[in-house]
Design a binder for this molecule. Structure first.
Ligand code: XLS
Ligand code: CA
Ligand code: CA
Length: 444
């Protein structure tokens, strides 16, 4: 079998003093924390599309990336080479999961029947490679946004034929995700939204989206797919407005259509910031709803208004993200998928490794800091004290539903002073900084 990365050694943990760009500084996959190796807390995954398909094209320029698998001109040879490259890449980095869209892994034929046959051949190759490897499928998905047929949407299109095409495509994607043992299946509605309301039947589009998701739930039951269904919110791009705007919007939609019990969320950092939220906000919202499923690990650039999908290197953000994951009880059928691409000018194969190492180290460090914060109950203690008034007296009655407007008026009407606690934001922020510094100082 062809080797795609002969110059890259197996990436080792060398510790915080290491200056080797091809080594982990903070991430030791086998380090046991809370009875579990770090690799099982973090469940890193490679995104097939960014790492093996994307070639560094942007709206202004041609591909820049050096990718040895693209030397093959035959589309099938290229597809198989990408699969082989994925397995070699994951093994060298000690990454146990990957994610893909149907159209990332195999070229399209003239009809859907032909496309499905081609897809089956590549799925066979993946299954073959899985046999003697630890690499597993985190989640699969269908690309319902690249082909021109999806210009008006997929489940929310104006064309019943396109709706049928999308349904058949998801049906097949569910089958192959099941066949490959995928832990989850993602719905990201890249074209499920609108450009202008002047030409949009908003009511019908939303109803059709619900019909589509229900059919997916029913088909998954029928074939015995037990993976977790995940909605990935994003407010805009490529459409001006996307229906799964953020966690709160998507949750209300699911509730409204009686679909909430079947779905959790796949939260992407860059999508959170595009929605005007922090990554932490989206994760917290999903957590309190009991719906934190998986994460697309990346970061955006706050000065740019689009989805830059950069490798996550911001310790503060990964700390707050892992804090939410820990408080949610950790990942079950989910993980940290690097939906991230190296910059167009980082065009060497080596940069793919460096990007993933940077992301893995940053999340490992974030996890360690967050673990201490959670264990010491730093924020919990503060929050509990801040809301103490709801634990006794009138507050307790409010919480237990034992009071009403009249009783509350009677209680408060002659009271002269109300005593309030301080929010102490600055104190908590500097405490967080101390935990970051303390954790780093204790690292090997
Ligand atoms: C695009 C999305 C997409 C989903 C999967 O912005 O992040 O890649 O994760 O379809
Ligand atoms: Ca994503
Ligand atoms: Ca993205």
């Amino acid at each position: 079998m062809m080797e795609f990365f002969p110059e890259i050694p197996k990436i080792q943990f060398e510790g915080k003093e290491s200056t080797n760009p091809l080594a982990f500084k903070f991430y030791d996959p086998n380090e046991v924390i809370d009875g579990k190796p770090l690799k099982d807390h973090l469940k890193f995954s490679v995104a097939f599309w960014h790492t093996f398909v994307n070639e560094g094209r942007d709206p202004f320029g041609d591909p820049t990336a050096e990718r040895p698998w693209n030397r093959f001109s035959d589309p099938m040879d290229k597809a198989f080479a990408r699969v082989d490259a994925l397995f070699e890449f994951c093994e060298k980095l000690n990454i146990e999961y990957f994610c893909f869209h149907d159209r990332d892994i195999a070229p399209e034929g003239k009809t859907l029947r032909e496309t499905n046959k081609i897809l089956d051949k590549v799925v066979e190759r993946i299954k073959e490679r899985m046999k003697d490897s630890n690499v597993k499928l985190l989640w699969g998905t269908a690309n319902l946004f690249s082909h021109p047929r999806y210009m008006h949407g997929a489940a929310t299109t104006c064309s019943a034929d396109v709706f049928a095409y999308a349904a058949a495509q998801v049906k097949k994607a569910l089958e192959i995700t099941k066949e490959l043992g995928g832990e989850g299946y993602v719905f990201w509605g890249g074209r499920e939204g609108y450009e202008t309301l002047l030409n949009t039947d908003l009511g019908l589009e939303l109803e059709n989206l619900a019909r589509f998701l229900r059919m997916a739930v029913e088909y998954a039951k029928k074939i015995g797919f037990t993976g977790q269904f995940l909605i990935e919110p994003k407010p805009k791009e490529p459409t001006k407005h996307q229906y799964d705007f953020d966690v709160a919007t998507a949750y209300a939609f699911l509730k409204n259509h009686g679909l909430d019990e079947y779905f959790k969320f796949n939260i992407e950092a860059n999508h959170a910031t595009l929605a005007g939220h922090t990554f932490q906000h989206e994760l917290r919202m999903a957590r309190i709803l009991g719906k934190l499923g998986s994460i697309d690990a990346n970061q955006g650039d706050l000065l740019l208004g689009w989805d830059t999908d950069q490798f996550p290197t911001n310790i503060y953000d990964t700390t707050l993200a892992m804090y939410e994951v820990i408080k949610a009880g950790g990942f079950t059928k989910g993980g940290l998928n690097f939906d991230a691409k190296v910059r167009r000018a980082s065009y060497k194969v080596e940069d793919l490794f460096i990007g993933h190492i940077a992301g893995m180290d940053t999340f490992a460090l974030g996890f360690k800091i967050a673990y201490k914060l959670a264990k010491d109950g730093v924020f919990d203690k503060f929050i509990e004290e801040k809301y103490r008034s709801f634990k006794e007296g009138i507050g307790k009655e409010i919480v237990e539903g034992k009071t009403d407007f009249e009783k509350l008026e009677e209680y408060i009407i002659d009271k002269e002073d109300i005593e309030l606690p301080s929010g102490k934001q600055e104190y908590l922020e500097s405490l967080l900084n101390s935990y970051i510094v303390k954790t780093i100082a204790e690292l090997r």
